[in-house]
Design a protein around this ligand. Structure first.
Ligand SMILES: [Zn+2]
Length: 123
């Protein structure tokens, strides 16, 4: 069954048993793990890094940006986690997935480029 909400839990280490409906967040390891919100049971790992996912904790709820696109899973679910709510998005077509991946790669390259340039100027 599709979930419409998710609870978060801050942990040191991601536990071996990933319960459904819980977003495990490890600050020391800059990562998060949850079971796909569509109910398929697959485990989704989202690294929290500037070029990957951004985590916002407002003291009560968490949001993760950009959206979670489980293109590599059979369910291909696509949703946002916003203030502990699951906002379901339309599934992407194959060409949209390709375009999205390309954009991700470009963003990542841009980010690391910026980083490299920063290092250069500080020399
Ligand atoms: Zn799923």
């Amino acid at each position: 069954m599709k979930q419409t909400t998710i609870n978060h839990e801050f942990v040191e280490l991601i536990p071996d048993e990933i319960k459904e409906g819980i977003l495990y967040i490890s600050i020391p390891f800059a990562t998060s793990t949850h079971r796909c919100a569509c109910g398929c049971g697959e485990i989704v790992v989202l690294p929290i890094r500037p070029a990957e996912w951004e985590l916002i904790w407002d003291g009560e709820t968490v949001s993760i940006y950009p959206s979670v696109g489980n293109w590599s899973l059979p369910c291909q679910s696509h949703y946002f986690i916003t203030k502990n709510n699951i906002i379901w998005m339309k599934k992407w077509s194959t060409s949209q997935i390709k375009a999205g991946r390309k954009r991700d790669i470009l963003l990542r390259e841009k980010y690391f480029e910026k980083f490299k340039n920063k290092n250069k100027t500080s020399e």
